[in-house]
Design a protein around this ligand. Structure first.
Ligand code: FAD
Length: 472
């Protein structure tokens, strides 16, 4: 009798414990993906674009292995028992997911199936170690990254990646699949994601190519350059990791095995990868991470409801070039460099004093790597409301940050073409540029490029004053 392997955020064949368990000893496998009822709410637009492509490629991979991918839409609590009845399957396997709604669905289903004597087993693999594994000396969760990293480093071993199966056995009675095209996951009209195509290759092969390229060409300068948005200096693996097209254990071991990498670059990269685990650790202990301030002092913060300012931020029209470049990169490519994410988030929260949750929701909808753990954890980190947070008074100055990390202004020029002719000296603060420089660059503030929404110095003072009120 066959086993069902229920696919979720593990759109890969290699290093896949649940798949291997289902296929053990040549047992026939039904690889199943369910478009769950709340899918539209759970995945943002950019990630729906990605999922559609990734599923198409995963389907091809399963065909090559000898079994078709079965697509169903609806409630897993009904679909899976129905499939068991239809196919006589004796077991169901899946790899764990960690967002609270997913955990709830999985727990209930596990109980229900076990009560019917069906074997159900779940496996790790979406993160390096299970989020419950690490506890402080007093038994609580880690709230600060550095001690978490120490505890993590003391762990003996990240499990070795497992080989992909070469062939899968097809069950006698294969259930019918819905058609991916009928789901219209990403309607594509108007095609906002046009700019995604040249940059991204969703799917397992694309993830492996990205990792190869990173190790061959980029990693050797990672520690020194990872904060520079104007150069290609990071792995761009986050979206692949978010949907499990490559396992973090694979990345971990490949980076560790890259002997030509300096210890500094290797450590820096692995530390970043472990931030991802840390965010999952936080989410595990605070399932409401996306909606509730970890630090409840912030519940009384006097957020602004200036919708016009929020709209200008979303569209990259704040008048601060580094912020605008980041927001436009996000819209055009479904991603934004990490340093610029911090600057743009800080600008929303501290300069515009708009609730971090609105920014989190916008990122969730527009990032191809939108992740239920990493996105809210990082937003709360920038807001200062998180477990391990930058203090509120550390407010990014968008001009100085731009000058430091995009010294020639190339990043700004790429995404804010109306400033293309501005010299590096003035590109991060066109509002302070002499008339002559603006004229020569063909820039008229308020016409060709927006005047700044706020004066940063004043905005900073206002933010600090608002923070004073909730400090104690
Ligand atoms: P690399 O520098 O190559 O890093 C390697 C991997 O480490 C990344 O792929 C990622 O999985 C992990 N990583 C690196 N930095 C972080 C971090 N700060 N937190 C968690 N994991 C990290 N990352 C997401 O994957 N999804 C999100 O939704 C997300 N939202 C963010 C929101 C804000 C406001 C900020 C400041 C950061 C956010 N990040 C998020 C973290 C980070 O910006 C991205 O992981 C990174 O830019 C991805 O690029 P990369 O793969 O080239 O990173």
């Amino acid at each position: 009798t066959p086993a069902i392997y229920w696919i979720r955020k593990d759109l890969r064949i290699a290093d896949n414990r649940a798949l291997l368990a289902a296929a053990e000893n040549g047992r026939p496998v039904i690889p199943l993906f369910i478009c769950e009822d709340d899918r539209a709410g759970a995945l943002g637009g950019a990630q729906s674009w990605w999922l559609e492509r990734s599923l198409a490629r995963l389907g091809e991979s399963y065909e090559k292995l000898g079994v078709g991918l079965v697509l169903k839409s609806g409630d897993p609590a009904e679909i899976i028992p129905d499939l068991i009845r239809e196919t006589g399957a004796e077991a169901v396997y899946w790899n764990r997911r960690y967002a609270p709604d997913g955990i709830k669905t999985d727990k209930a289903l596990k109980q229900k199936l076990k009560a019917e004597d069906i074997t159900v087993e779940s496996f790790g693999g979406h993160i390096l170690h299970e989020p419950s594994k690490f506890r402080t000396k007093t038994g609580g969760p880690y709230k600060v990254y550095t001690p978490f990293w120490k505890a993590f480093s003391a762990e003996p071993h990240v499990p070795d990646p497992l080989d992909a199966p070469e062939r899968l056995e097809k069950p006698g009675a294969m259930p019918e699949s819905e058609r991916l095209a009928d789901w219209a996951l990403y309607p594509g009209k108007p095609d906002w994601a046009e700019g995604f195509e040249p940059i991204w290759t969703p799917g397992e092969a694309g993830a492996c190519e990205r990792l190869d390229r990173f190790l061959d060409e980029i990693a050797e300068d990672y520690a020194a350059s990872r904060d520079r948005p104007d150069i290609e200096a990071t792995s761009m693996l986050s979206a692949h990791l978010a949907l499990g097209e490559i396992s973090p254990a694979t990345v971990w071991h490949r980076v560790n095995a890259a002997r030509d990498l300096s210890a500094e670059n290797r450590k820096k990269y692995l530390q970043e990868l472990v931030w991802r685990d840390f965010c999952h650790h936080l989410l595990f202990h605070a399932p409401d991470l996306a909606t509730i301030n970890w630090n409840d002092r912030f519940d009384g913060f006097d957020w602004s409801d200036d919708d016009k300012a929020f709209e200008a931020w979303k569209r990259g029209r704040t008048g601060y070039p580094i912020v605008d470049a980041g927001m436009r990169q996000l819209w055009a490519e479904g991603t934004m460099h990490n340093r610029v994410r911090m600057i743009a988030a800080s600008f929303l929260i501290k300069d515009l004093m708009i609730d971090w949750r609105r920014g989190e929701a916008w990122f969730r909808d527009t990032l191809v790597d939108a992740d239920p753990a990493s996105n809210p954890a990082n937003w709360q980190w920038v807001a200062g409301s998180g477990a391990d947070a930058a203090p509120f008074f550390r407010i990014f100055n968008p001009v100085l940050q731009g000058e430091k990390f995009d010294p020639k202004g190339d990043y700004v020029r790429r995404y804010v073409p109306e400033l293309e002719a501005m010299p590096a000296k003035h590109i991060h603060a066109p509002f302070d540029a002499p008339e002559k420089a603006l004229k020569e660059a063909g820039v008229t503030l308020g016409e060709t490029y927006p005047k700044p929404l706020v004066d940063h110095k004043t905005a900073r003072k206002n933010a600090l004053a608002a923070f004073e009120k909730i400090k104690d």
